[in-house]
Design a protein around this ligand. Structure first.
Ligand SMILES: NC(=O)c1ccc[n+]([C@@H]2O[C@H](COP(=O)([O-])OP(=O)(O)OC[C@H]3O[C@@H](n4cnc5c(N)ncnc54)[C@H](OP(=O)(O)O)[C@@H]3O)[C@@H](O)[C@H]2O)c1
Length: 347
């Protein structure tokens, strides 16, 4: 197996789902942020075996994920290949001593796997037992925007409507919308409704809520560590390719001082405030920041404000957040491979 070695770097990194939207972006983000990578192993399904992806200009082969990958001895393995693959393989890599950062929904409700947005609850990453869950893309940007409000005024209730790009559903979302915009019949679909010129929901359950809405509502409470916070979400998919926007109404425990909140946002390393104009999905695509605009008071309640929160779902909503989790552990000296577990997890 060919793995390029870069003498000045230090961790053995694996990426599962490397050929996907998030996986390819993980490779870009690791390179852009000069993450200390000593070795890089790329994995996907059998469909991609034999293809290559670029790392610092070198072609790195993509391998079919099989149990033999676990034996290589990675320090960190990023997963972005869906929940089924994560459920099967993440415990194996973790038992072999790797730290797993998982982008799927597989471990987000598991109390043994911290659910982490580094700017909000990074300290929880230090408590991991091998697997750290990256939250849902819609939740990450909302949690970043709400944390300063929680700290300044206390949170009581949040009502959010999402305006989500088709890339949130991966390559298949891009393919369905691209085909429809060209007047072709899509070969794959993420929705039985047309995406082009339309507004559609994620599949809706028997209880009337979509899985995406449930993820936002439950994950937010866990990340903010506010189990009694009242949250209601309506998640909508719209026909653009990149970034998610959110219209957010927030009711606080105390009256909101808008200039104080604006100042807190302006000092925040991951937040960009738009005061002249407003952020759009197109204008923030490719950015790692969470963009906030249209902040305004609720005329009927001095404790309530409204805002518009936009972020790149594939970067801050997935790949960048995952790399920031690894950076957090690296800065706390907790990223090297652990001794393999003897708890009986077998290949
Ligand atoms: N897109 C987003 O905005 C976003 C945000 C947050 C979280 N996520 C989560 O991240 C994960 C990946 O999303 P994505 O958007 O990157 O999807 P994607 O573009 O469809 O990519 C899926 C990746 O998984 C790989 N894969 C599929 N089956 C596999 C198997 N049996 N073994 C190994 N690899 C397999 C695919 O490999 P092949 O190319 O060989 O098929 C591909 O690399 C999902 O769990 C998703 O929920 C996505």
């Amino acid at each position: 197996m060919f793995i390029p070695r870069i003498a000045t770097m230090s961790y053995r990194i694996g990426i599962v789902g490397a050929t996907g939207l998030v996986g390819r972006t993980l490779i870009d983000v690791l390179a852009e942020r000069a993450f200390p990578v000593a070795e890089l192993g790329l994995y996907a399904s059998a469909r991609s075996a034999g293809s290559t992806l670029k790392w610092h200009g070198q072609a790195v082969p993509v391998h079919e994920l099989t149990p033999s990958a676990v034996e290589i001895g990675y320090d960190v393995v990023f997963f972005s290949a869906g929940a089924t693959v994560s459920l099967q393989y993440a415990p194996l890599f973790a038992a072999a001593g790797a730290t797993v950062v998982d982008n799927s929904s597989a471990w987000r409700a598991d109390p043994t796997a911290p659910l982490v947005v580094p700017e909000v609850n990074g300290h929880r990453a230090l408590e991991h037992q091998g697997i750290i869950a990256n939250p849902n893309c819609s939740t990450i940007q909302l949690a970043v925007a709400l944390k300063p409000i929680a700290d300044l005024f206390g949170l009581e209730r949040v009502v959010v409507a999402t305006y989500q790009s088709v890339s949130g559903a991966g390559q298949r979302g891009l393919d369905q919308l691209s085909a429809e915009l060209c007047g072709q019949e899509p070969s794959v679909r993420i929705s039985s409704h047309p995406l082009a010129h339309n507004a559609v929901f994620h599949p809706i359950g028997n209880d009337g809520w979509s899985q995406e809405e449930r993820k936002v509502m439950t994950e937010l409470l866990r990340i903010l560590e506010l189990p009694d916070l009242a949250v209601a979400a309506t998640c909508v998919r719209l026909p653009f390719f990149r970034s998610h926007a959110e219209a957010v109404w927030v009711q606080c425990q105390h009256p909101v001082d808008l200039p104080a909140l604006t100042a807190a946002y302006q000092q925040h390393p991951s937040i960009a405030v738009c005061q002249e104009d407003y952020p759009t999905p197109q204008s923030v695509a490719g950015s790692d920041q969470v963009w906030i605009g249209r902040m305004r008071r609720d005329h009927f309640d001095p404790r309530a404000i409204l805002m518009w929160v936009v972020a790149d779902n594939v970067r801050k909503g997935a790949a960048t957040n995952a790399v920031q989790i690894a950076e957090y552990l690296h800065h706390h000296g907790q990223l090297s491979r652990k001794q393999p577990s003897t708890s009986g997890v077998t290949l």
